[in-house]
Design a protein around this ligand. Structure first.
Ligand code: NDP
Length: 610
């Protein structure tokens, strides 16, 4: 399908809107930043450690020497495991707290869950596994199934330890191995460890006073209690809610998906909103078999790259109609590219920045006017309008979310003026000075994604490298890595995620790039007969300088409404993006850089340890 630039309104006062955005941001800004949230701890097992989907794992402790331990069995761990197997590394064990592979897709089984990025890009290794998603945005059950297929396909179930949480990882100089201890009393001694814990693994709760006093039922969206609501994963018939008053806290990407279904089944649903999401129409067609049959080998990588150009590059290098995804995620990029082509001449950077800003405002204005067309109560419609720039928060799409607020049993409570829900009581919640009695509170309040809290986010008590150096201390002033994947003083330890590497708008493409690179280093180290491998101090320093010299000023994030993208607008520690410190020239430029490094085949900047 050829995709033209979208039709957006341009009859708005840019200066007035800029002022409105500032006002809305300041209204929500909390000085305490991320400290406003309550970390889920081991004495709150229902919110994190308890697994509603699998019985507790009962087994004898494992004590073993192994080659590679992968911490986490979501897409990051699966992709690292897949590339290790492809590189001929056999002794690989994935250690996963859930009862199966899947990571975010194992835990997040809430009703209505679907992929938000187009499945053809998001779900990795489609060609290798010979799989075609059933529609553009598939249900979570289908993605979870794909994770399990990857586990089977690459033999990753062999030796995998499920229902197992890492407590500590300590480097032992004498044996040149990491000693890994778990909640199952395992003791694994691994030559290499790959951290694949993912940014979406640990739920967080809003620090609302009185939370513990609530006498009704509470759970987080990532630990859905189907026993309470009725229905089950992939079967969103929440018939047990017919006599229940339900509250949802949060209106991010998760809430957009659960609210329509809760509205359909609950006796009454009250949605507490601090910041509205931008919600567009969702075109979710079934996959056209003719289109699927017409695809040529290599199509997925090409599509992922095309998606990145329009969603990740500020001034897309391709013509607008080449946008293959053609949805809200790529709209601003597509429209910018259309304007650049129409100019018919080379534009200055100032002109490009002005076009980008105007198209951004125009797209968000289109979304706001769409809200007016759908939501009948004008006050509710106004409250549901997002006043911030595109990509300050996750762009969402749903055909059912906004109409849910036309139901007589659904109430929106805007808590922006008080910067959140005021208080929880025995019987419910207090907002804007008013009591809301409810039977159940569902927290759609997100995850410990902020780059600030490494230890909190991983849930691992200690990661100690050479000389007892804690990784958390080593990184306390910012990441210190070579290519985002290894650190001096931590031999054989590898990282995946948002740590000074290539940043993609499709997180699975990023994990695949990292998995391939790490697998190459491990396989080469083993081939060369070394015990392990470590980044040199010089190479690490050089990479950190490269990252920081190239980094553009983050004024965009500073001006954004608070959220996890900008470390809740700052507070203690200032602005630091949840996406870490990416390599500014771009995701595919980073891919080229590390591919060239591999082609040289000299492991430069790394030391082999005998
Ligand atoms: P978010 O962190 O995006 O949203 C948390 C919500 O809780 C926000 O609306 C936040 O408001 C609100 N909140 C926090 N504290 C309070 C308070 N004290 N009072 C009232 N409201 C409060 O979490 P999500 O789970 O929605 O999404 C997290 C990420 O997970 C997404 O950005 C996306 O990357 C991923 N995701 C992907 C999906 C997919 O692909 N299918 C689906 C769902 C999620 P405020 O905005 O004002 O801070």
């Amino acid at each position: 399908m050829r995709c033209a630039p979208s039709v957006t309104p341009h009859d708005f006062e840019l200066d007035a809107l800029r002022e409105k955005y500032r006002h809305e941001r300041d209204k929500r800004l909390r000085r305490e930043g991320t400290a406003q949230y309550v970390h889920v701890t081991t004495d709150m097992p229902d919110f994190w450690e308890a697994d509603p989907y699998s019985p507790p794992v009962v087994r004898d402790p494992v004590a073993a020497d192994i080659d590679v331990a992968i911490i986490g069995g979501g897409f990051a761990g699966l992709l690292a495991g897949a590339y290790l197997k492809k590189a001929g590394v056999k002794d690989v064990r994935i250690i996963e707290m859930g009862g199966d592979f899947g990571g975010a897709w194992y835990w997040n089984r809430y009703p209505g869950i679907q992929c938000d990025n187009e499945s053809y890009c998001y779900i990795p290794m489609l060609e290798e596994l010979g799989y075609m998603p059933s529609r553009r945005f598939v249900d979570g059950v289908e993605i979870y199934g794909h994770c399990r297929n990857m586990g089977e396909h690459f033999g990753l179930y062999d030796g995998a330890l499920f229902g197992t949480m890492i407590r500590s990882m300590i480097w032992e100089e004498a044996t040149r191995r990491w000693t890994i201890k778990t909640n199952q009393d395992d003791e694994l001694r691994a030559r290499f460890v790959i951290m694949a814990t993912g940014p979406w693994s640990k739920p967080k709760l809003p620090g609302i006073p009185g939370l513990a006093s609530f006498r009704g039922h509470m759970f987080h969206s990532a630990r859905w209690d189907y026993g309470y609501t009725g229905g089950g994963p992939g079967d969103p018939v929440l018939d047990k809610l017919a006599d229940k008053r339900v509250a949802v806290i949060g209106t991010g990407a998760t809430a957009i998906q659960i609210v329509p279904i809760l509205g359909q089944y609950a006796k009454h649903l009250t949605v507490f909103q601090r910041t509205p999401s931008a919600v567009d129409h969702r075109r979710n067609d079934p996959t056209d078999p003719e289109w699927a049959a017409s695809l040529k080998p290599g199509w997925q990588r090409e599509r992922q790259e095309n998606f990145y150009v329009f969603s990740g590059e500020p001034f897309p290098s391709k013509a607008a109609e080449e946008d293959q995804t053609c949805d809200f995620f790529t709209e601003v990029g597509r429209n910018v590219s259309g304007r650049v082509a129409a100019a018919g001449r080379e534009l200055s950077i100032e002109e490009l920045v002005a076009i980008r800003e105007e198209e951004d405002y125009a797209t968000m204005e289109r979304i706001r006017r769409r809200t007016d067309e759908i939501v009948k109560n004008p006050e509710t419609a106004e409250a549901l309008k997002p006043y911030y720039r595109y990509m300050c928060k996750r762009p969402c799409s749903s055909n059912d979310y906004l109409p849910a607020f036309n139901r007589p049993n659904v109430t929106l409570v805007d808590v922006s003026a008080s910067k959140g829900v005021e208080r929880v009581t025995e019987k419910g919640l207090v907002a804007n000075g008013k009591d809301y009695e409810v039977d159940c509170i569902i927290f759609a309040s997100g995850f410990e994604i902020s780059a600030q809290d490494q230890k909190v986010a991983s849930g691992i008590e200690a990661i100690d490298g050479r000389g007892g150096l804690s990784l958390y201390d080593h990184w306390s002033e910012g990441y210190r890595t070579l290519h985002g994947m290894s650190s001096h003083g931590f031999p054989g330890l590898f990282f995946t995620g948002f740590t000074q590497g290539g940043l993609s708008t499709s997180v699975t493409a990023m994990y695949e790039q990292q998995g391939e690179h790490i697998a190459y280093i491990i396989a080469e180290t083993m081939k060369r007969g070394a015990a392990t491998v470590e980044a040199t101090q010089e190479a690490q320093d050089q990479w950190v300088s490269t990252i920081r010299e190239l980094a553009p000023p983050d004024t965009f994030l500073q001006e954004c409404t608070p959220g996890y993208y900008n470390n809740e607008g700052g507070g203690h520690g200032g602005i630091r993006a949840a996406v870490g410190e990416p390599y500014a020239p771009g995701f595919y430029k980073f891919g080229d850089l590390i591919a060239q490094w591999r082609d040289r085949n000299d492991l430069s900047g790394m030391t082999l340890i005998p």
